[in-house]
Design a protein around this ligand. Structure first.
Ligand code: PLP
Length: 389
């Protein structure tokens, strides 16, 4: 056989998966909330009757101004995107130089960029137990070590996280408020952490739910940028701005850090429609205010209902709440929370199991519209009963 004939063949059977580095093979893929369409297919349900409270999406949909901007931009879709206008709008709104702003395909993209630019085998990232799932994922994907610091009453233990920093550590991820616990860190504690953290470590402050915090509880994180060159603030248009499906987020950081993130950023990572929609959504302050108010009322409605059912929950500062499912309800082969999740699905209500976050006895439910919250509470009551429905 000539050399040419053997080209492209392998002498021994090879598991193609073994071509991937061990740290990639070891990744446990992200488990998203179940899409409405998938549940409709699985159970033969009518999509319009399904209530999805599983992914912390804005129940009001998107701002009408964002929608109009999307429609107006359709004729331009043959062109590659230009992030200038959104970057400029953010710069003016936040009082941050354009060089300090990096746009992302969701803030998820920014987390990936931070990991891509600063993590590698032999390096480490610190994050809290029960913190956002993407932190361990993007750390693992780069072959870096994840240092998990035990939570304190489900929240971040910042003193523990500071103590957890090793010489190999390059990044600390802090979610404030955190998902899926809904816990919040007071501004003075976060700033205390920034003051004490080594400057050789990037502190990523993920503020995906910032707009849902009562204004006095929001961190002056943008002002901190001038004082802490190792700070990276992440925000998103996926939650209060109602643009989860378009994927837009941004990072605020020192221009030198931004330059590093831009080295690993895909050139056209945010698409045309996402850019115009986010620019319009940013200007529609009334929409964000209405979303905030709807969430305040919905959170009251949900927690009042949970109290009525005699359930415990983790007090939440975001647009979701994690409720504890009594363990006495545990049944054969399945956790009580798992069984309740399934019974809710059968009633057309999608919530989020959080066993993957080390919380096997909780279910996370997003604050929905008043009628959605009622549907959930009624279905939950049913699921906690005999569960026959
Ligand atoms: C939802 C969420 C994000 C944002 O995700 P996008 O990629 O912007 O949709 C980031 N961090 C946390 C903690 C979240 O819950």
């Amino acid at each position: 056989m000539s050399a040419k004939q053997t080209e492209g063949r392998v002498a021994e059977p090879l598991d193609l998966c073994e071509l991937a580095p061990g740290h990639v093979r070891a990744i446990a893929p992200y488990q998203p909330g179940k899409p409405i369409t998938e549940l409709a297919r699985e159970f033969g349900l009518d999509e319009r009757k399904i209530v999805k409270l599983a992914s912390n999406e804005n129940p009001s949909g998107l701002s009408p101004r964002a929608r109009a901007a999307i429609e107006a931009a359709l004729p331009e879709l043959a062109r590659y995107p230009d992030g200038f206008e959104l970057t400029k709008a953010l710069s003016e709104r936040l009082g941050v130089a354009m060089e300090s702003i990096v746009l992302g395909n969701g803030s998820n993209d920014l987390l990936e960029m931070v990991a891509g630019a600063f993590l590698a085998p032999g390096r480490a990232a610190v994050f809290a137990q029960h913190a956002f799932a993407i932190y361990p994922l993007c750390t693992q994907a780069r072959g870096a070590q994840g240092i998990v610091v035990p939570a304190r009453e489900y929240g971040h233990d910042l003193a523990g996280m500071l103590a957890g920093i090793t010489p190999e550590t390059r990044v600390v991820f802090i979610a404030n408020p955190n998902n899926p616990t809904g816990t919040m860190l007071p501004a003075d504690e976060v700033e205390g952490f920034l003051r004490r953290a080594p400057r050789s470590v990037l502190v990523v402050l993920d503020e995906a739910y910032n707009e849902y915090l009562e204004p006095p509880l929001r961190c002056p994180s943008v002002a901190w940028l001038a004082r802490y060159p190792n700070l990276v603030v992440l925000r998103t248009f996926s939650k209060a701005y109602g643009l989860a499906g378009l994927r837009v987020g941004y990072g605020l950081c020192h221009p030198d850090v931004a330059a590093m993130l831009n080295r690993v950023r895909q050139p056209f990572n945010v698409n045309n429609l996402a850019l115009v929609a986010a620019t319009a959504a940013l200007a529609d302050e009334a929409f964000v205010e209405r979303s905030y108010q709807l969430n305040v009322a919905g959170m009251k409605q949900l927690t009042a209902g949970l109290r009525r059912l005699g359930l415990a929950w983790i007090p939440s500062f975001a647009n979701f709440v994690s409720v504890e499912i009594p363990r006495a309800k545990r049944q054969e082969g399945q956790s009580a929370a798992g069984a309740v999740y399934q019974r809710l699905l059968r009633q057309g209500v999608i919530v989020r199991p959080v066993a993957g976050y080390g919380m096997p006895h909780h279910l996370r439910v997003t604050v929905g519209l008043p009628e959605e919250n009622d549907r959930f509470l009624a279905a939950l009551e049913n699921a906690l009963g005999d569960g026959s429905t």
